[in-house]
Design a protein around this ligand. Structure first.
Ligand code: IVH
Length: 673
């Protein structure tokens, strides 16, 4: 191992400092000064330096944000003071009673000042900072002991690894981890695209992400935090809860200060409550109520707590966007990858003004978790996703005639056998010519983000299938005007327009075409990566798993799915017909060759001109491969400043070494001399 010199230490400290600062600017202040790519570049430099000098890795290094080695289990830890829960109020009257109780307890008649906070619907955590460094993150657990999830907590960008300004020597902060609705919908959209089961709501996926033993998975989930209090503090305390939260923010913690309201008396609290009920649907995250706290910290102390709840705070819940109804039956939807998802047919019920008659049951894990049966009385909720959700089964209301939901053994659309593979939460139809899969594949192929065939929506696709005019996406390109005339509400103009749109789609960027094919696990991002690397459909079709796996971002699941897709004779036939019919996707903007086929590159040192990831992408783009260690199999080493042991080994083995400039010109010109 190379010995760290003062200059390396300085370089590490400077990179860390820059990353901490940019993280703060981005997450804390919403004022980024550099692009995401530049941030990645700095992070890659830090990772490279730490890979070379592991003694530099500390728990508060920004490198910990990308996750670390998986754990076998979480350990249990006790909280500095119990994590209490809150009593609930459901209306203005109950808020007035809360106020009256407080005044009675304090023997006081003058108005109490309150702080109104949003009640975020997420997962409560306690974060411990010692000497300003994040040393522990824990879940609430039973209130006195929770699970230690520090590694996962460190991956959340809005949680500072180091505090700033005049932070106290020791602090336990409490807050709610949550996922914003836009991020949640995007995540579900991505999973739908890739043929994966979707998540029920933002809270579930937040809880699941925090309980991952592999923190690298948590790092991929867009979680954030809002801090609302403390469990312990060493040093002087601000006088009001508002000031406490403002101080937490000054120390670098994320507090949604803008949403707080100081209310002079309980009537002002009630005004804010009514206001939030109106605002609720416009917020970028899910809230299930408002938390009201006595603002004065000394009054809070005087009031103290009952067994599990403080006397000085209350949660005022919103009228739930929930309603009770009956699960009448379950239908099964077949997706384009054959995934069969259960959907609940409900007795129609109005949920805060919207009539709900069906809800997603997501997958079989969810059915088991709910323990739901046909005929059950259930509680449905509109939250998070656009599709409502069943949140509870009212078992006490069972009559005994309810029936277990059978897992389908055959596809409801084509009757082919279905099977559920180990580890999968949905069964899949194995039918090769399943009409439901075909319909979904056609819809996917024509969608805006794929081949973008204007006018070819649900209604037309239904008619194409009913008249058996289309059996695969290739048939779209053989449609004749006369055939379209048979459709309802189809005139000459519309038919011509449709055919023009179909013809126009013959030339679409390769990545859209690839995405449109609906290969399992190939969403729009992976499609882009593949089309950039291979440049043409033929090259991709000829690629083996090893070549695919050499690409950064491509894992075994994708590699397996892609090779299987192209090996399937049915798919080969469709692709050949598409070509015959003139479908010629435009090669990627940067057609990438195979000049470096089989060549292995190792990047070392703190790269300054490009990030390690970018360097690897350049190599992979031309068919080469990047590796982490130097061996006899290495063809080239690219060394940046501070390169140590790997460079020495390369020299010892007589391997060609490039500096960054040389590497770039080699990549551009193919000049090996
Ligand atoms: S204060 C002693 N404030 O609601 C005070 N809680 O039962 C305890 N929550 O599990 C909590 N937003 O996770 C507080 N602004 C907020 C909150 C909040 C959400 C959650 C918290 C707790 C539950 C209350």
């Amino acid at each position: 191992m190379s010995k760290t010199t003062d200059s390396v230490r300085q370089q590490h400290a400077s990179l860390s400092e820059q990353l901490h600062r940019h993280n703060r600017l981005y997450h804390g202040l919403d004022q980024p000064e550099i692009s995401d790519a530049e941030y990645d570049r700095l992070m890659q430099q830090l990772l490279a330096l730490e890979a070379q000098f592991p003694e530099l890795i500390s728990n508060d290094s920004p490198s910990q944000r990308v996750g670390s080695e998986p754990l076998d289990s979480f350990s249990s830890v006790s909280h500095a003071s119990p994590m209490l829960s809150l009593e609930n109020a459901f209306n203005a009257e109950q808020l007035r009673e809360f106020d009256a109780r407080i005044k009675r307890f304090l023997s006081r008649e003058e108005a109490i000042e309150y702080l109104c906070e949003m009640k975020l619907d997420g997962v409560a955590v306690a974060l411990t900072y010692e000497a300003g460094k994040l040393v522990r993150g824990a879940t609430r657990g039973d209130g006195s002991r929770g699970e230690e999830i520090t590694r996962n907590i460190r991956t959340i960008g809005s949680i500072p690894l180091r505090l700033q300004d005049d932070f106290p020597p020791r602090l336990e902060v409490r807050g709610e981890i949550y996922m914003e609705l836009a991020a949640f919908r995007k995540l579900n959209e991505q999973r739908r695209e890739e043929g994966e089961a979707t998540f029920a709501n933002p809270r579930n996926v937040t809880a699941g992400s925090l309980r991952q033993l592999d923190s690298k998975l948590t790092a991929k989930r867009p979680l954030t935090i809002s801090c609302y209090g403390i469990g312990a503090i060493e040093g002087s305390e601000p006088q009001s809860h508002y000031q406490l939260l403002a101080t937490l923010r000054r120390w670098g913690l994320k507090v949604n200060l803008e949403t707080l309201r100081v209310a002079g008396d309980i009537e002002a609290v009630i005004d804010r409550y009514q206001e939030l009920i109106e605002l609720r649907d416009q917020l970028p995250y899910e809230i299930d109520g408002m938390v009201v706290k006595v603002n004065s910290r000394s009054l809070q102390q005087e009031l103290g707590e009952k067994s599990r709840t403080p006397r000085w705070a209350i949660a005022c819940k919103f009228p739930p966007r929930q309603a009770e109804t009956v699960l009448e039956s379950v239908r099964f939807q077949v997706g384009r990858t054959g995934a069969i998802t259960p959907v609940a047919n409900l007795k129609p019920v109005s949920v805060s003004g919207v009539t709900v008659s069906s809800a997603s049951l997501h997958n079989w894990d969810e059915i088991e978790r709910l323990g739901i049966r046909i005929g059950d009385r259930v509680v449905v909720e509109r939250a998070g996703d656009v599709i409502p959700d069943i949140v509870k089964v009212l078992r006490k209301k069972r009559s005994g005639t309810e029936q277990v939901i059978p897992e389908p053994t055959e596809c409801p659309a084509c009757g082919s056998p279905v099977s559920r593979e180990a580890g999968e939460v949905v069964p899949r139809c194995q039918g090769l010519s399943c009409p439901a899969q075909l319909k979904e594949s056609l819809k996917h192929f024509c969608a805006r983000r794929a081949m973008d065939i204007d006018g070819l929506g649900d209604r037309i696709i239904d008619q194409l299938l009913r008249l058996e005019l289309v059996n695969s996406v290739a048939d779209l390109y053989q449609l004749q005007k006369e055939q379209l005339f048979q459709f309802e509400r189809m005139g000459e103009k519309l038919a011509e327009k449709l055919l023009t749109a179909i013809t126009a789609s013959k030339q679409r960027p390769l990545e859209r075409f690839l995405f449109g094919l609906g290969i399992r696990h190939v969403g729009s991002h992976v499609a882009k990566v593949l089309s950039r690397r291979f440049g043409s459909l033929d090259a991709l079709a000829a690629a083996d798993a090893e070549q695919l796996l050499a690409i950064h971002e491509i894992g075994p699941q994708v590699a397996d799915s892609v090779t299987r897709f192209f090996a399937d004779p049915r798919n080969q036939e469709i692709l050949a017909r598409l070509r015959q019919l003139g479908v010629a996707p435009i090669p990627s903007e940067q057609p990438l060759g195979d000049r470096l086929q089989g060549k292995v590159f190792v990047f070392t040192g703190a790269l300054e001109r490009f990030s390690r990831k970018e360097g690897e992408a350049l190599v992979e783009a031309q068919g080469g491969r990047a590796s982490g260690s130097v061996s006899k199999k290495t063809d080239y080493v690219v060394a940046g400043p501070g390169a140590g042991s790997k460079l020495a080994k390369a020299e010892q083995l007589g391997i060609k070494v490039f500096n960054e400039e040389e590497f770039l010109s080699y990549i551009k010109q193919g000049d090996d001399s």
